[in-house]
Each structure stands twice: as C-alpha cells, then as structure tokens.
Design a protein around this ligand. Structure first.
Ligand code: ATP
Ligand code: MG
Length: 381
C-alpha cells in the first residue's frame, strides 16, 4: 500500500526526512497526514516519527541547515522548519505513566510500540519518505471502513487521557461513516468516564470543540454526545435539536464553528471553550438577534454580512421556518449601506437631541430598504 500527494514530495519535507535517514535513522510520516492522504482529504500538517532522540534530531536538522524549534521537547517533539513548512518530529515513544492528562514518556526504537500509545487505529498509520505505508495495528482496515476505533482497550485509553473522549467524537465527525454510527465499545467507554472531562483544561476542550464543530457534518457526532451526556458536561444547557436543520440550511457554505455553536444554545460557552474576545462578542450579538425581529437588510447593516448570515440561518433552523425570500441580497445591500446623514447635517439640534434624531432617521432609512437619500431623510424628519 502506498500513499502519495504533493505534501509528501515537497523538497522541504523530503529534506527533513533525508537529514534523519542519511544518518541511519528512520523518518516515518504518521498521524493525520497519512490518514488524510489515504482518504484523499486535505493534508494540513506533517508529523514525522523517528527513532532518533530529540537532541539528535536537533543536531542533524541544524547540520542540514534547517531551523529547529523545541516546541514539545518534554514529550519528544521538535519542530523542524524546512521550505517554510513546520514539521513536527517526534521520537518513537511509549507512555509509561499517565494521570489522565500528562504522560511520562520513555523513548523506543520500535514503531509498533509508538503506535500502541496513539489514540485511534486510523491515527496509527505510518509511511516511509517514499510513501510505503506501515500499519502496525490494522488501522488500514478501520480507515477503509471509516471506523474510529481506540487502540487497545477504549476504557483504559480514555483513563490515560480524557481528551480522547472528545477526539473520538471529533474524528468520527470528520472521518467516520455517518451511516454506521460510532464504535459501540468506544461510545460505552466514553459514557462510563464522563467525570474525567472536568479534569481537562478549558483550552484543550475549546480547541477540540472548535475542530469538531468545523467538520462538514458534525451532527453525527454531536447527537450521540448529547445522548450520553458529553455535551452537557462541557456546554451546560446546550441542545443539538436545531443543528441538523442548520446544516441542511447551510447548504455548501463553508462550515463556521461559531454559527454551529450559536445554534446549540447553552450557557457561558465563552468561558467553557475559552473563546477569544472577538468570538464571544460575535456569539453574543448573533444570539441576541436570533430571538429578535430585525430583518436581513438591517442585520447586514448592523452586524456585517457574515454574522447576519449566521443569524438568518440559525433563526430559521431554530424556528423551523423557511429562509426569508431575497435574504442574501438584502444582507449584501445592508452590509454595503452607509447612512447618508451625519450629525453635521442637523445644525439646529443640540446634545442628546442629535443622537435621538439620527436614530429616527436611521430607522426610516432602514425601513426604506436603504433607498431614501439625504434630502429625503432631512426633508420631513
Ligand atoms: P489533525 O491535525 O487533522 O487534527 P491529527 O491526527 O494530525 O489530525 P493531531 O492532534 O495533530 O491529530 O495529532 C497527531 C497524532 O498524534 C495523531 O494522529 C495521534 O496519532 C497522536 N495523538 C495526538 N493526540 C493524542 C492523544 N491525546 N492521545 C493519543 N494520541 C494522540
Ligand atoms: Mg496533526
């Protein structure tokens, strides 16, 4: 079995492999790049596993003229930048001790041992620099069946690192077979270990949920997460009822994490998921308007096109109503509109009167579909 793609043949990437292999070490692609390339999906980042120790990787890469950043040296990872691309190079390791979050690592020269500490069989696939696939755990069969299956005993693997509960759902959303549902053993093990979620940092939970909700169709994962209690453990009050309808209404628009989050409802997501200030402000604005009556044009004017789209889509999903006719052109018109009247146009007014008059004028202007011009607005205000 071979794996190919422009990502593998890039000169920068081959240079990282060569720095290791010319010195007699192994360089194996692993994880997402192999999995995605085999699925014909986009390869975002390149992870490389090696039997060289991190100090040796650093030394060899620097000798080859490559830049090395010790990004995760404690767990055996250095980032080698080559051809402008970062490559995470991690020494083969097995985890000897875990506390549900952090692993104490020891290194090994055996890729099969390295495979055994990985989370899912489809993530434990390796490939040589030439593209020959190495499959120590039968991950290829699972990948072909689009089955997200824990490596070894699901229950034990979750207790080593509770983030794997969320990763289980995330990888199912992205790569699982929607018609087959989740692996029953994995699902049961998640349900048994919900308490462990409270031990995870909000940053890690937020990062996972962001990726999960950015999947083309996250509903096949979020539904079961709700049923077994994962969703309410991380997002109290969230309900996926309107997620399916939202995905349907989205059509082929690019997925937006924040839009999906908005339709789930719930309380205090900004804190639970460590949203940025801009994100939590945007989420609040979308939420406020979902329950409001502002039409597409006004939303475009007040929120800009992206958030206005979010509101219209979420509102229709939650109210089970059709999308309003002409909503996209209304949003575009609103987003481009600039109120043609300014304070300087109201020289006879003073202080708070100016603001109040401008708001009245703005309301008339919005109600006119942004068609009234300056003269009309000033004429009989
Ligand atoms: P993507 O980059 O698309 O999110 P990925 O598979 O590359 O997918 P990463 O989080 O980048 O995922 O991790 C790289 C690899 O490291 C995984 O494929 C998996 O083999 C291993 N891995 C990452 N996190 C864990 C974890 N919490 N437990 C066990 N193995 C893990
Ligand atoms: Mg990755």
């Amino acid at each position: 079995m071979r794996v190919d793609g422009a990502w593998r043949r890039r000169a920068g990437t081959q240079a990282v492999c060569a720095a290791l292999t010319v010195a007699g070490y192994r360089a194996l692609f692993v994880g997402g790049c192999v999995r995605n390339a085999l699925l014909g999906a986009e390869v975002a980042d390149v992870d490389i596993a090696t039997d060289a120790l991190p100090e040796t990787v650093t030394e060899l890469a620097e000798k080859a003229g490559l830049k090395v950043v010790p990004t995760g040296i404690d767990h055996g990872t250095v980032t080698v930048v080559s051809g402008g691309i970062p490559h995470e190079v991690t020494t083969f390791r097995h985890d000897i001790d875990t506390d549900g979050r952090h692993a104490t690592v020891s290194y090994t020269t055996d890729p099969a041992e390295d495979a055994a500490r990985r989370d899912f069989t489809m993530n434990a696939l390796y490939a040589t620099p030439e593209g020959e696939v190495i499959d120590p755990l039968g991950g290829l069969d699972d990948l072909r069946a689009r089955r997200v299956r824990f490596v070894g005993c699901a229950e034990e693997r979750i207790r080593e690192d509770y983030l794997r509960i969320l990763r289980f759902f995330r990888f199912h959303a992205w790569y699982g077979d929607p018609s087959e549902g989740l692996d029953p053993e994995g699902l049961a093990a998640c349900a048994e270990n919900l308490d462990g979620l409270a031990r995870l940092s909000k940053e890690r939970i937020g990062a996972e949920m962001r990726k999960l909700l950015s999947a083309p169709d996250p509903a096949t994962a979020v539904g079961p997460m709700h049923v077994i209690g994962v969703l309410s453990a991380i997002l109290p009050g969230a309900d996926p009822l309107a997620l399916g309808p939202l995905l349907h209404l989205e059509g082929d628009r690019p997925p937006r994490f924040l839009r999906r989050l908005a339709v789930l409802g719930g309380r205090e997501e900004a804190d639970a998921l460590r949203l940025s200030r801009v994100e939590s402000r945007d989420l609040g604005r979308v939420r406020d308007e979902i329950g409001g009556t502002a039409g597409a044009g006004e939303l475009g004017y007040r929120l800009g096109a992206t958030l206005a789209e979010d509101v219209i889509l979420c509102r229709a999903a939650l109210l089970e109503s059709p999308l309003p006719g002409g909503w996209r052109s209304d949003i575009a018109r609103g987003a481009a509109a600039v109120l043609p009247v300014r304070a300087a146009d109201l020289p006879d007014l003073q202080g708070p009167e100016i603001g109040a008059a401008l708001r009245r004028i703005e309301a008339r202007w919005i109600a006119s579909g942004f068609t009234l011009d300056r003269d009309a607005l000033l004429g009989d205000g």
